[in-house]
Design a protein around this ligand. Structure first.
Ligand code: ADE
Length: 253
């Protein structure tokens, strides 16, 4: 069988190659082309898209079929998804992390990011984006059992497909790639790195709309500023995320 074309966004990669399996490859790089992730694209990470439809075996390039047992919607065919995944991993020397974006997965969090990105930054990540009502369970089970595929949900809501969730996961993972963030310290302090939300931020002008920037921030006293920021972080977390606050309190005990 002729090997479908794999679209590489740039010529070479140094650190991390991410392969997306989707029936809408045009959606990528999407938001990842912008800002710091965009700047590093082709330098510190690279992106390939594989069109799942290229692995369909019939002349209509069908990737889905009606569900056994009836019901609405269509299910992605196991043979087609399997071939696409096999093709994706054949591009890697070292086994990549394999992720499947699905509302039935473990809910994405900074802990999941760290699971993927530590102890060593993976050389490769393959992400399967589902569409329709889902993917045939047999191919999911096969890749979970044999390749440790991780099922990830970005939250308790259902989207049309896994493409936006994949972008969310990639964006978040890239922040841990050395050299992508301007300031290494900022990844550590940010929301969710610790179990506290971030303190409020202000910039010039010092008075806007009759509202003053908190005076401590103009004091130049770094110790006082750090204390104030920590107090604010605690206050906001208590107010809007009691669940995170509990975790923080437990962690301190
Ligand atoms: N596909 C559809 N909805 C999703 C979600 N919430 N998370 C991950 N993949 C999805």
């Amino acid at each position: 069988m002729e090997r479908p074309r794999v679209e590489l966004q740039s010529e070479r990669y140094v650190l991390m190659l991410i392969t997306i399996l989707t029936i809408f490859p045009e959606m990528f790089p999407g938001s990842l082309e912008f800002s710091l992730s965009g700047k590093a694209l082709g330098k510190l990470w690279d992106l390939k898209t594989i069109n799942i439809r290229d692995y369909a075996t019939n002349k209509h390039h069908t990737v889905d079929d009606s569900p056994y047992g009836g019901g609405a919607g269509m299910v992605m065919k196991p043979d087609v998804v399997h071939m696409a995944l096999q093709s994706a991993i054949s591009n890697y020397d070292v086994k990549p992390e394999i992720l499947f974006m699905t509302p039935r997965g473990v809910v994405f969090s900074n802990k999941v990011v760290r699971n993927i990105m530590t102890p060593t930054i993976p050389r490769g990540i393959v992400i399967l984006c589902g569409r329709y009502e889902g993917v045939d369970q047999r191919v999911i089970d096969y890749w979970k059992t044999n390749y440790g595929m991780m099922e990830i949900s970005i939250g308790d809501y259902v989207l049309f497909g896994g493409e936006l969730p994949a972008m969310v996961v990639i964006d978040s993972c890239l922040r841990l790639v050395p050299g992508i963030m301007n300031n290494a310290a900022s990844t550590e302090n940010e929301s969710f790195s610790v179990d506290l939300l971030e303190h409020p931020q202000y910039t010039k002008p010092a008075v806007w709309n009759g509202d003053n920037v908190p005076s401590v921030l103009l004091s130049g006293n770094h110790r006082e500023i750090a204390l104030w920021q920590k107090e604010q972080a605690k206050r906001i977390t208590q107010e809007v995320r009691p669940d995170l606050w509990m975790k923080y309190e437990v962690g301190r005990e």
